[in-house]
Design a protein around this ligand. Structure first.
Ligand code: ADP
Ligand code: MG
Length: 236
Protein backbone atom coordinates (compact mmCIF):
# COMPACT_ATOMS: atom_id res chain seq x y z
CA UNK A 1 0.00 0.00 0.00
CA UNK A 2 1.42 3.36 -0.99
CA UNK A 3 1.44 5.63 2.05
CA UNK A 4 0.10 9.15 1.64
CA UNK A 5 2.54 11.90 2.50
CA UNK A 6 1.22 14.30 5.12
CA UNK A 7 4.34 16.44 5.60
CA UNK A 8 7.07 16.88 2.99
CA UNK A 9 10.17 18.54 4.45
CA UNK A 10 13.00 19.63 2.15
CA UNK A 11 16.35 21.23 2.96
CA UNK A 12 14.97 22.65 6.18
CA UNK A 13 17.29 24.93 8.14
CA UNK A 14 16.85 27.11 11.22
CA UNK A 15 19.52 29.50 12.42
CA UNK A 16 19.05 31.43 15.66
CA UNK A 17 20.98 34.69 15.99
CA UNK A 18 23.66 36.06 13.70
CA UNK A 19 27.39 36.18 13.11
CA UNK A 20 29.70 34.55 15.65
CA UNK A 21 26.86 33.77 18.01
CA UNK A 22 24.64 32.08 15.39
CA UNK A 23 23.22 28.70 16.40
CA UNK A 24 22.49 26.31 13.55
CA UNK A 25 19.66 24.36 15.15
CA UNK A 26 18.58 22.57 11.94
CA UNK A 27 21.16 21.88 9.23
CA UNK A 28 19.16 20.67 6.24
CA UNK A 29 16.38 18.21 7.00
CA UNK A 30 14.80 16.08 4.26
CA UNK A 31 11.94 13.95 5.49
CA UNK A 32 8.44 12.76 4.59
CA UNK A 33 5.88 11.98 7.29
CA UNK A 34 3.15 9.60 6.18
CA UNK A 35 -0.50 9.65 7.07
CA UNK A 36 -1.26 7.42 10.04
CA UNK A 37 2.26 6.49 11.10
CA UNK A 38 3.94 6.86 14.47
CA UNK A 39 7.36 8.47 14.12
CA UNK A 40 9.78 8.86 16.98
CA UNK A 41 12.43 11.55 16.89
CA UNK A 42 15.27 10.36 19.11
CA UNK A 43 18.22 12.56 19.93
CA UNK A 44 20.20 14.25 22.69
CA UNK A 45 19.26 17.50 24.35
CA UNK A 46 20.04 20.50 22.17
CA UNK A 47 20.04 18.53 18.90
CA UNK A 48 17.16 20.54 17.39
CA UNK A 49 14.17 18.26 18.02
CA UNK A 50 11.87 20.91 19.48
CA UNK A 51 12.90 23.38 16.80
CA UNK A 52 11.81 20.92 14.12
CA UNK A 53 8.50 20.22 15.87
CA UNK A 54 7.75 23.90 16.33
CA UNK A 55 8.32 24.63 12.65
CA UNK A 56 6.21 21.67 11.47
CA UNK A 57 3.42 22.76 13.81
CA UNK A 58 3.48 26.35 12.58
CA UNK A 59 4.78 27.81 15.85
CA UNK A 60 8.06 28.95 14.28
CA UNK A 61 9.29 29.74 10.77
CA UNK A 62 12.40 28.20 9.19
CA UNK A 63 15.30 30.23 7.83
CA UNK A 64 15.63 27.99 4.78
CA UNK A 65 14.04 25.09 2.95
CA UNK A 66 10.38 24.16 2.79
CA UNK A 67 7.56 22.35 4.57
CA UNK A 68 4.48 21.21 2.69
CA UNK A 69 1.44 19.96 4.58
CA UNK A 70 -0.95 18.01 2.37
CA UNK A 71 0.58 19.77 -0.62
CA UNK A 72 0.27 23.25 0.91
CA UNK A 73 3.46 25.20 1.57
CA UNK A 74 3.44 26.51 5.15
CA UNK A 75 5.56 29.46 3.99
CA UNK A 76 2.70 30.57 1.75
CA UNK A 77 0.29 30.84 4.68
CA UNK A 78 -0.12 34.22 6.33
CA UNK A 79 -0.57 34.47 10.11
CA UNK A 80 -4.28 33.85 9.77
CA UNK A 81 -3.76 30.79 7.60
CA UNK A 82 -1.17 29.48 10.04
CA UNK A 83 -3.56 29.98 12.96
CA UNK A 84 -6.19 28.03 11.07
CA UNK A 85 -3.69 25.23 10.35
CA UNK A 86 -2.71 25.00 14.03
CA UNK A 87 -6.27 25.11 15.25
CA UNK A 88 -7.90 22.61 12.90
CA UNK A 89 -5.19 20.19 11.84
CA UNK A 90 -2.53 19.74 14.49
CA UNK A 91 -2.36 19.12 18.21
CA UNK A 92 0.53 19.67 20.60
CA UNK A 93 1.53 17.83 23.75
CA UNK A 94 4.40 19.40 25.69
CA UNK A 95 6.47 18.11 28.59
CA UNK A 96 4.80 20.51 31.01
CA UNK A 97 1.12 20.12 30.32
CA UNK A 98 0.30 23.80 29.66
CA UNK A 99 -3.17 23.63 31.17
CA UNK A 100 -4.85 26.84 32.29
CA UNK A 101 -4.85 26.63 36.12
CA UNK A 102 -8.04 28.64 36.66
CA UNK A 103 -10.12 26.33 34.45
CA UNK A 104 -11.35 22.80 35.18
CA UNK A 105 -10.24 19.86 33.07
CA UNK A 106 -13.52 20.08 31.16
CA UNK A 107 -13.15 23.82 30.57
CA UNK A 108 -9.56 23.40 29.39
CA UNK A 109 -10.80 20.96 26.75
CA UNK A 110 -13.79 23.14 25.82
CA UNK A 111 -11.41 25.97 24.93
CA UNK A 112 -10.32 23.81 22.03
CA UNK A 113 -13.59 22.11 21.10
CA UNK A 114 -15.43 25.44 20.90
CA UNK A 115 -13.12 26.38 18.02
CA UNK A 116 -12.54 23.05 16.28
CA UNK A 117 -14.27 22.17 13.01
CA UNK A 118 -15.39 18.64 13.97
CA UNK A 119 -14.75 18.28 17.69
CA UNK A 120 -15.19 15.21 19.81
CA UNK A 121 -17.63 15.66 22.72
CA UNK A 122 -15.65 16.54 25.86
CA UNK A 123 -16.97 13.50 27.73
CA UNK A 124 -15.70 11.21 24.97
CA UNK A 125 -12.30 12.87 25.03
CA UNK A 126 -12.07 12.45 28.81
CA UNK A 127 -13.18 8.81 28.53
CA UNK A 128 -10.50 8.09 25.92
CA UNK A 129 -7.78 9.03 28.38
CA UNK A 130 -9.45 7.30 31.33
CA UNK A 131 -10.48 10.51 33.13
CA UNK A 132 -14.26 10.50 32.97
CA UNK A 133 -14.37 11.13 36.74
CA UNK A 134 -12.01 14.13 36.67
CA UNK A 135 -13.79 16.63 34.42
CA UNK A 136 -14.69 19.04 37.20
CA UNK A 137 -11.22 19.03 38.78
CA UNK A 138 -8.77 21.90 38.46
CA UNK A 139 -5.19 21.16 37.32
CA UNK A 140 -3.81 21.64 40.86
CA UNK A 141 -6.16 18.89 42.08
CA UNK A 142 -4.75 16.39 39.55
CA UNK A 143 -1.51 14.39 39.55
CA UNK A 144 1.14 15.13 36.92
CA UNK A 145 0.08 12.09 34.88
CA UNK A 146 -3.56 13.10 35.06
CA UNK A 147 -2.74 16.65 33.98
CA UNK A 148 -0.84 15.30 31.02
CA UNK A 149 -3.80 13.10 30.09
CA UNK A 150 -6.09 16.15 30.22
CA UNK A 151 -3.67 17.84 27.84
CA UNK A 152 -3.88 14.79 25.59
CA UNK A 153 -7.70 14.79 25.79
CA UNK A 154 -7.60 18.46 24.80
CA UNK A 155 -5.49 17.60 21.74
CA UNK A 156 -7.56 14.49 20.89
CA UNK A 157 -10.81 16.43 21.02
CA UNK A 158 -9.87 18.15 17.75
CA UNK A 159 -9.50 14.77 16.02
CA UNK A 160 -6.16 16.11 14.81
CA UNK A 161 -4.59 14.72 11.67
CA UNK A 162 -1.20 15.35 13.24
CA UNK A 163 -0.15 15.20 16.86
CA UNK A 164 3.20 16.66 17.94
CA UNK A 165 4.39 15.29 21.27
CA UNK A 166 7.50 16.96 22.70
CA UNK A 167 8.93 14.79 25.51
CA UNK A 168 5.37 13.89 26.59
CA UNK A 169 6.50 11.73 29.51
CA UNK A 170 9.62 13.71 30.39
CA UNK A 171 8.19 14.83 33.74
CA UNK A 172 6.48 11.54 34.66
CA UNK A 173 7.39 8.30 36.39
CA UNK A 174 7.11 4.87 34.78
CA UNK A 175 3.54 3.98 35.66
CA UNK A 176 1.97 7.32 34.78
CA UNK A 177 4.20 7.52 31.72
CA UNK A 178 2.79 4.26 30.38
CA UNK A 179 -0.79 5.48 30.87
CA UNK A 180 0.10 8.72 29.11
CA UNK A 181 1.61 6.93 26.13
CA UNK A 182 -1.42 4.63 25.93
CA UNK A 183 -3.64 7.71 25.78
CA UNK A 184 -1.50 9.10 22.96
CA UNK A 185 -1.62 5.91 20.97
CA UNK A 186 -5.44 6.10 21.20
CA UNK A 187 -5.33 9.06 18.84
CA UNK A 188 -3.47 6.98 16.31
CA UNK A 189 -5.91 4.09 16.60
CA UNK A 190 -9.16 6.08 16.83
CA UNK A 191 -8.51 8.86 14.30
CA UNK A 192 -5.47 7.54 12.36
CA UNK A 193 -3.69 10.65 13.61
CA UNK A 194 -0.05 10.77 12.59
CA UNK A 195 2.12 10.98 15.70
CA UNK A 196 5.53 12.59 15.94
CA UNK A 197 6.93 11.81 19.38
CA UNK A 198 10.12 13.50 20.54
CA UNK A 199 12.16 11.73 23.19
CA UNK A 200 15.70 11.14 24.32
CA UNK A 201 14.66 7.74 25.70
CA UNK A 202 15.66 4.84 23.42
CA UNK A 203 13.08 2.53 24.98
CA UNK A 204 10.16 4.88 24.24
CA UNK A 205 11.45 4.98 20.67
CA UNK A 206 10.30 1.35 20.27
CA UNK A 207 6.70 2.66 20.06
CA UNK A 208 7.38 4.06 16.61
CA UNK A 209 6.87 2.63 13.12
CA UNK A 210 9.98 4.61 12.26
CA UNK A 211 12.71 5.88 14.55
CA UNK A 212 14.63 8.92 13.40
CA UNK A 213 18.06 9.26 14.98
CA UNK A 214 18.75 12.94 15.28
CA UNK A 215 21.98 14.68 16.23
CA UNK A 216 23.38 18.16 15.81
CA UNK A 217 20.48 19.42 13.70
CA UNK A 218 20.65 16.53 11.25
CA UNK A 219 19.06 13.15 10.61
CA UNK A 220 21.70 10.49 11.22
CA UNK A 221 19.64 7.39 10.52
CA UNK A 222 16.04 6.31 9.96
CA UNK A 223 15.19 2.88 11.33
CA UNK A 224 12.04 1.06 10.20
CA UNK A 225 10.51 -0.83 13.12
CA UNK A 226 8.52 -3.85 11.93
CA UNK A 227 6.77 -4.50 15.25
CA UNK A 228 6.14 -1.43 17.28
CA UNK A 229 6.03 -2.00 21.03
CA UNK A 230 3.01 -1.36 23.23
CA UNK A 231 3.46 1.17 26.04
CA UNK A 232 3.06 -1.52 28.73
CA UNK A 233 5.91 -3.50 27.18
CA UNK A 234 8.44 -0.75 27.73
CA UNK A 235 11.12 -1.23 30.38
CA UNK A 236 12.43 2.26 31.18
P1 ADP B 1 16.19 19.83 21.63
O1 ADP B 1 14.71 19.97 21.61
O2 ADP B 1 16.69 18.68 20.80
O3 ADP B 1 16.73 19.75 23.02
P2 ADP B 1 16.18 22.55 20.60
O4 ADP B 1 15.49 22.45 19.30
O5 ADP B 1 15.41 23.07 21.75
O6 ADP B 1 16.84 21.13 20.97
O7 ADP B 1 17.47 23.48 20.44
C1 ADP B 1 18.43 23.29 19.39
C2 ADP B 1 19.48 24.39 19.50
O8 ADP B 1 18.88 25.64 19.17
C3 ADP B 1 20.05 24.55 20.90
O9 ADP B 1 21.41 24.89 20.78
C4 ADP B 1 19.25 25.70 21.47
O10 ADP B 1 19.98 26.39 22.45
C5 ADP B 1 19.00 26.55 20.25
N1 ADP B 1 17.74 27.32 20.33
C6 ADP B 1 16.51 26.81 20.40
N2 ADP B 1 15.56 27.78 20.44
C7 ADP B 1 16.25 28.95 20.42
C8 ADP B 1 15.86 30.34 20.45
N3 ADP B 1 14.58 30.71 20.47
N4 ADP B 1 16.85 31.26 20.40
C9 ADP B 1 18.13 30.90 20.35
N5 ADP B 1 18.57 29.62 20.33
C10 ADP B 1 17.64 28.66 20.35
MG1 MG C 1 13.38 19.97 23.21
Amino acid sequence: MAAKTLFAIRGLTRVFGQGDSAVHALRGIDLDLYHGEVVVLLGPSGSGKSTLLNILGGLDRPTGGSVHYDGQSLADLDERGLTHFRRDHVGFIFQFYNLIPSLTARENIELVTDLAATPLPVDEALAMVGLSHRGEHFPAQLSGGEQQRVAIARALAKRPRMLFCDEPTGALDLRTGVMTLEALMQANVAFQSTLLIVTHNADIARLGDRIIQFADGQIREIIANQSRAKPNELRW
